[in-house]
Design a protein around this ligand. Structure first.
Ligand SMILES: NC(=O)c1ccc[n+]([C@@H]2O[C@H](COP(=O)([O-])OP(=O)(O)OC[C@H]3O[C@@H](n4cnc5c(N)ncnc54)[C@H](OP(=O)(O)O)[C@@H]3O)[C@@H](O)[C@H]2O)c1
Length: 267
């Protein structure tokens, strides 16, 4: 099965690399990228993958076309390749904020799946949500899951929930990076050299994330297991609760969701 990627930016490259790792044939993947320096880089990094300047060249014969250009470039990329799309070719878009309605207008008669991935895809640990367009059936959703599954996990949601996905997992990595920055500063405050604090905090996050990722215990149970009665962690958690960390996160996700809705309305 041939796959075309429109846009060989960070996401496009990560997807292609993930697909190769998952066993896709390099010769079955084509990437359209307008920047010539970037094309050369992709050819070096993704041996055997066809890298071309035009969306139409990449999309001919493709069973699935992944739209990974910036949101403002989606209409032009689809316009360029729509005339050469094979019958029934799936259009899978990861462009933030570009609606199913707009995608279907850009690729008339083709099944469309809209996805909201996140930056974890760059390291094979993405969290993506997908929504089916009006012509997409279960096989199309399964194909979208296979493609995005090469760089992380995929859940299905109705399109109206994609703003909430954007506010939660789309923006989520940035919330965690902010927590990490603050914890490193806190380490310095209590007397640790900055590089020591940074090393400890990064590994602390990685360890905690790995425990969560195992999925065997809830976050509540994991937290209880490291919170001895009257101990140091309980003292620290009391301050986080008193200063409203939980409420701040609820408000942050709500604000990001609302901003995503606003941007969608203006598009
Ligand atoms: N990165 C993330 O964490 C993330 C998360 C969720 C969703 N997304 C979505 O994923 C998409 C890609 O994001 P990204 O981070 O990979 O951005 P990026 O690195 O800027 O990649 C976009 C690439 O597409 C190229 N391009 C633009 N128009 C083109 C056209 N008509 N034909 C062929 N190539 C074209 C761009 O080239 P030029 O730079 O030369 O224009 C650029 O290399 C965006 O729509 C974004 O909303 C990204």
């Amino acid at each position: 099965m041939n796959l075309a990627l429109l846009g060989g930016g960070r996401m496009g490259e990560a997807l292609a690399a993930g697909l190769l790792k998952a066993g896709w044939e390099a010769s079955a993947i084509a990437i359209a990228e307008i920047d010539s320096d970037r094309r050369h880089l992709l050819e070096e990094r993704l041996a055997g993958v066809r890298v071309v300047p035009s969306p139409a060249w990449a999309a001919t014969d493709a069973a699935v076309v992944v739209v990974a250009v910036k949101p403002d470039d989606v209409a032009a990329a689809l316009e360029a390749c729509a005339p050469v799309l094979a019958d029934g070719a799936l259009v899978l878009s990861i462009a933030a904020g570009v609606t199913i309605e707009a995608l279907e207008a850009g690729a008339p008669g083709h099944p469309v799946v809209r996805a909201m991935p996140n930056t974890g895809a760059l390291v094979g640990r993405g969290a993506a949500a997908i929504s089916a367009g009006t012509l997409a059936d279960d096989a199309d959703l399964e194909l979208a899951e296979r493609v995005l599954g090469a760089v992380g996990i995929v859940v299905r949601v109705p399109e109206k929930q994609l703003d909430a996905v954007t506010g939660l997992s789309g923006s989520g990595p940035a919330y965690v990076f902010l927590v990490v920055e603050a914890m490193i500063d806190a380490g310095v405050l209590v007397g640790l050299p900055r590089d020591t604090a940074a090393t400890l905090v990064r590994q602390t996050l990685l360890g905690a994330a790995t425990m969560l990722g195992n999925g065997t215990e809830s976050p509540e149970a994991l937290r209880a297991a490291v919170t001895s009665p009257g101990g140091t962690t309980a003292a620290g958690l009391q301050v986080l609760e008193a200063r409203g960390m939980r409420a701040a996160l609820l408000d942050a996700v709500e604000a990001a969701t609302e901003r995503s809705r606003d941007l969608g309305r203006r598009a």
